[in-house]
Each structure stands twice: as structure tokens, then as C-alpha cells.
Design a binder for this molecule. Sequence first.
Ligand code: HEC
Ligand code: HEC
Ligand code: HEC
Ligand code: HEC
Ligand code: HEC
Ligand code: HEC
Length: 453
Amino acid sequence: MEKVNTRHSISRILLLLLVVLFSFSQNLIAQEEAASAEQEQSAEGGDQEAAVAATGGDAAAGKELFNSLCASCHKRYKRSTGPALNGVTDRRETDWLYRWIKNSQAMIAEGDPEAVAIYEEFNQTAMTPFPQLSNEDIDNILAYVEQPKPEPQAQAQIPGDGGKSSGSGVSNDIILGVLAFVLLLLIVVLVLVNKTLNRFATASGVELPVTEKRKPIWKAFVENQFLVLVTSVFLLLAGGYFAYGYLMQVGVDQGYQPVQPIHYSHRIHAGDNEIDCKYCHSSARVSKTSGIPSLNVCMNCHKSISEVADASNPNSSVTEEYSKEFYDGEIQKLYEATGWDPATQSYTGETKPVKWVRIHNLPDFAYFNHSQHVSVAGVACQECHGPVEEMEVMYQYSPLTMGWCINCHRETNVKMEGNEYYEKIHDELSKKYGVETLTAAQMGALECGKCHY
Ligand code: HEC
Ligand code: HEC
Ligand code: HEC
Ligand code: HEC
Ligand code: HEC
Ligand code: HEC
């Protein structure tokens, strides 16, 4: 009678364990899937040109028009020389917009109340007339400006953590969690087994020796060989895991974030002010290196921008961490380096080179080419360099290891459409592999000689 009872409770415990383990592993799998889905999403992110706004225009065509004609005075989400244009189709009638954009001065002269009001609000700054634009062009522009502001990616953006998306897939946190959980399970099992054994003993009438004084816990622990064994196995496993992780990181500078001679913020330039990466890193498209812009490029703008807008201005990039005084001081450093005297608006001729600290650096025996990736493959800068437009201070986002390069070559399909160079080789290779799309790996991007001199 009693025996049956005990067997029942043990099998119940086993069942419980199984259920817990099963649901846990399901959890893990789900997490991994979520992580890879997120990765894919972020790979697709960036340009959402395909989106078509309510006006029915073509946002991609609109972007080009906007950048060439309107961007000097308008931003989409922030006030600039003119108002922020996002949301303008809610504020105004479409016909009004057609007339305004083609010739705003005429409307003001006619005394259109809305036109006069906004003209006054912007201190009577005249907007350039664009009589050459068709209504369709304007629809396209409006479709572009009405695209919703992209949400900052939910991915972790802490320096050094960026590798999550490119590393082994399972993050350290999950593995630590599993280890802690296993330990907890062991403890629970031990307690339960102990209880059952005790009950079993009392049931079969065995007298348990009653110790007068409880032993100190460490003594009990040392005497319990099973516990000692389990603990040492656990410690060995954990030690091995961390040692491996440490060794694999030797020579990997992910998260490297040196202090630069001028506090130059990509968040303010590439993010808030939407300056195109290639305006400064112009050689990325055509050559092996991207290069750091010369200070002349900076001075194209900074001759007239000697300070940042103060915190009360809706345009201001000032944060709690960095004050306006700090930013203005940094622009002053730029003037000292180029020998620009803002008082006389001229160069004094005394220059001091700025020594930017190089962040990304492959070893000499590895060959990497920007134009191959940016122009030929069409990979966005952000896939390798992370959310640059949110970085106040630049850091190395990707591990830049060989495994990282190889992984992406295995996963990324080569863009073949409209590329004559690839048509023939594509036909041959897709026959060979019997597939429609080819990854970079199948094109031969895993051959040692392609990346090693
Ligand atoms: C030279 C600077 C300048 C350029 C270039 C410019 N705008 Fe403007 N825009 C303004 C200013 C300033 C205003 C505010 C009204 C005023 O002062 O005339 C304005 C107002 C507007 C408005 C009205 C916004 C509202 O809230 O009602 C629209 C729409 C607009 N611009 C669209 C465009 C488009 C589209 C282009 C490009 C094809 C463009 N603008 C190019 C300076 C410019
Ligand atoms: C206004 C000019 C400017 C723009 C626009 C700009 N950058 Fe930079 N970038 C710099 C300067 C200056 C540095 C060197 C200082 C630093 O590292 O912060 C730099 C550094 C970098 C580095 C690190 C280089 C190294 O030392 O390894 C990367 C990567 C980079 N930029 C990527 C981008 C991307 C991606 C964009 C577009 C989202 C962009 N930059 C837009 C000026 C610019
Ligand atoms: C296309 C125009 C443009 C170019 C090119 C440009 N800047 Fe700027 N920069 C700005 C604007 C606009 C602001 C002010 C933003 C504000 O008011 O919040 C600014 C602000 C700054 C600041 C203060 C905020 C910060 O980032 O710390 C510094 C320093 C600076 N720029 C340095 C540089 C350097 C160095 C270069 C060249 C590598 C450069 N800028 C190129 C437009 C430009
Ligand atoms: C496929 C990944 C990848 C893409 C896409 C990519 N980069 Fe890089 N970038 C790298 C690697 C790897 C290095 C280190 C190169 C080296 O040390 O030789 C680097 C280095 C840099 C540097 C440091 C100076 C230099 O030229 O070596 C800058 C600046 C830079 N990248 C900017 C950009 C910009 C801007 C874009 C987008 C137009 C871009 N990168 C796209 C991987 C990439
Ligand atoms: C974000 C994905 C991605 C990463 C990361 C990446 N690559 Fe690539 N790479 C590609 C793609 C896609 C191609 C195919 C381009 C083409 O020829 O159409 C390619 C092509 C190449 C080629 C030319 C191969 C050939 O067949 O001619 C070389 C060399 C190369 N990559 C080196 C590297 C190195 C070195 C790294 C790491 C430092 C790296 N890549 C990281 C996507 C990537
Ligand atoms: C897609 C580009 C690429 C290909 C293909 C490639 N490598 Fe590498 N390899 C790299 C990069 C980048 C590094 C530098 C990694 C670092 O600094 O951590 C590297 C590093 C190495 C190292 C130094 C050890 C290390 O991990 O730092 C050896 C050895 C090596 N590669 C051998 C090979 C062999 C053998 C092949 C052919 C089977 C090969 N590589 C193919 C990009 C590549």
C-alpha cells in the first residue's frame, strides 16, 4: 500500500520535470526564431520606399525630387527653414498644395488667408516657386513626406552588445538563464528525493537517527558526495563556457569606442539632419575604402553654422548629457583646426590636422572592399555598421571576424536583376545548384583567396 504511494509521487515528479523541460525548450526555440525574424526585419528595414501613402504617389520617385528640390529648406519630421512637411496633407487641401508648391508667392499676393498666415509665421521667407512640377510629381513628393517616421529599432544598441544579431544566435543571457535554471531544478529534485526517502523510511519503520545539534551547512554539503559532484560538474561547465567565450574574443574589438579629437556626432549629422552617409564617406561607392572626410567637407556647412540651436528650439539636438556649450566648443575646435576665423569670415592660414582615431580595422592579411558590397551587392551601411544615425559617439557594431563575413555570404542572395555582368554566370550556376537565387557563397565568396592575399 505505502509502496504504491511512493512510486506514484516519484513518477509524478518525473512527469512534472518533463513538462517543465519541454516547455522551456519550446521557449528557447521560439526565442531563437524571434531573434532571427528580427534580424531579417532589420535587414529589410532602412528604406521603406515601397510604402505608398494615401495620396497614391510613388514615394521612391518623390524622395529624389524632395532631396534635390526641397531638402535645402524642408525636413520631413522637423521644422527647418520651412515647416516640417510630414502631416501637411492633413493640414491642407490637395489643390491648395498643388497651387502653393507651383507658386506660393502668387497665392500670397492674391491674399489667400492660409497662405498669408504661414508666410507671416515664417517671417516672410519666400519659398522658391516650382512651376515645372506636374501634379503627379507633387503627389510623389507628398507620398514621400507622408511616410511615417521610422521607429528606432528595438534591437539592443549598447556598444558590444550589437553582436547578438551576428553572433551564435543564442545570447549569453539565455545560456546563463538555462544554467541557473538547471541548478535550481537540481536543488528542487534533491529536496523532493530527500523527502520521499524519509517518508519511505518512516513507512517501513526504519528509525532515523536524530541528531541533537544541526550540522553547519557547509559541513553537510562537504559530506554529501552527490552534491559535491553535481556542483563541481556545474562549475566545470560554467568555467569552460566562460573560458571559451573569452578566448574567442581575443582580437575582436566589437564595441570599440575611442574618444575622438572632435566630438563629432553621427546622431546629429546623419540622424537629425539626415545628411547622406555618402556626402562625407564619398568613396564607399567606388573604392575599397570609405575614407574619413577632409575638414573642407565639414566647412561647406560650418562656415555658416558656428553653434548648435539652443534647447528651446524644436530643431535642437542638445540632450541632457551634452549641453549647447559643449557642442559649440566642439565646433570651435573645428575652426581652430581649419584656421577659420568666424569674426572675419576668412581663413587665417594656421591649420592643425585632426587625427581621427581609426575604429574599424581588419588585419593586413584580410581583404575587404566597400564598393563590392555597397554598389555591387547593394548592402546598406547599417547592416555592417549598425544604427549609425543613432550613435552619438561612433563604435564598432559588428565583430568583423571571419565567421561574421562567411555567415553573411552564406545567407545573402546576390542581386542579379538588371546586372549584365551576372546574367551568364547566373544561368550556369543556377543550373549547377538547381536553384533560382544564388547566395554570395555559391558565387564563390567562400574561397580563401577572395579575402586573403
Ligand atoms: C528656399 C527654401 C524653400 C524651398 C527650396 C522649398 N520650400 Fe516649401 N516652404 C518654405 C518656407 C519658408 C515655407 C513657409 C511659408 C513661407 O514663408 O513662404 C514653406 C512652406 C511650404 C509648404 C506649406 C506647409 C504648410 O504647413 O502649410 C509646403 C507644402 C511646402 N513648403 C512644400 C515644398 C516642397 C514640396 C518643396 C520642394 C518641391 C519646397 N517646399 C521647397 C521654404 C522652401
Ligand atoms: C558630415 C559628415 C559625415 C556623415 C554624413 C557621416 N559620417 Fe561617418 N564619419 C564622419 C567622421 C568625421 C568620422 C570620424 C570620427 C568618428 O569616428 O566619429 C566618421 C566615422 C565613421 C565610421 C567609423 C570609421 C572608423 O574609424 O572605423 C563609420 C563606420 C561611419 N562613419 C559610417 C557612417 C555611416 C554609415 C553614415 C550614414 C548613416 C555616416 N558615417 C555619415 C563623418 C560623417
Ligand atoms: C551638410 C552640413 C554639415 C556638414 C557637412 C557637417 N556638419 Fe557639423 N553640423 C551641422 C549642423 C546643421 C549642426 C547643428 C545641429 C544643431 O543645431 O542641433 C552641426 C553640428 C556640429 C557639431 C556640434 C554637435 C556635435 O556633433 O558634436 C560639431 C562638433 C560638428 N558639427 C562637426 C562637424 C565636422 C567635424 C564635420 C566634418 C566631418 C561636419 N560637422 C560636417 C551640419 C553639417
Ligand atoms: C559588408 C559590410 C560593410 C558595409 C555594407 C559597409 N561597411 Fe564600412 N567597413 C566594413 C569593414 C569590414 C571595415 C574595415 C575595413 C578595413 O579595415 O579594411 C569598414 C570600414 C569603414 C570605415 C573606416 C575607414 C575605411 O574606409 O576603412 C568607414 C568610414 C566606413 N566603413 C563607412 C561605411 C559607409 C559610409 C558605408 C555605407 C555606404 C559602409 N561603410 C558599408 C564593412 C562594411
Ligand atoms: C551583410 C552581408 C555581408 C557581410 C557582413 C560581408 N559580405 Fe562580402 N559580400 C556580400 C555579398 C552579398 C557579396 C556578393 C557581391 C556580388 O559580387 O554581387 C559579397 C562579396 C564579397 C567578395 C567578392 C566575392 C567574389 O565572388 O568576388 C569579397 C572578397 C567579400 N565579399 C569579402 C568580405 C569580407 C572580407 C567580409 C568581412 C570583413 C565580408 N565580405 C562581409 C555580403 C557580405
Ligand atoms: C569572406 C571572407 C573570408 C574568406 C572566404 C576566408 N577568410 Fe579567413 N579571415 C577573414 C577575415 C576578415 C579574418 C580576420 C578575422 C579577425 O581579425 O578576427 C580572417 C582570418 C583568418 C585566419 C587567422 C585566424 C583568425 O581567425 O583570426 C586564418 C588562419 C584564416 N582566416 C584562414 C582562412 C582559410 C583557410 C580560408 C579558406 C577556407 C579563409 N580564411 C577564407 C575573411 C575570410
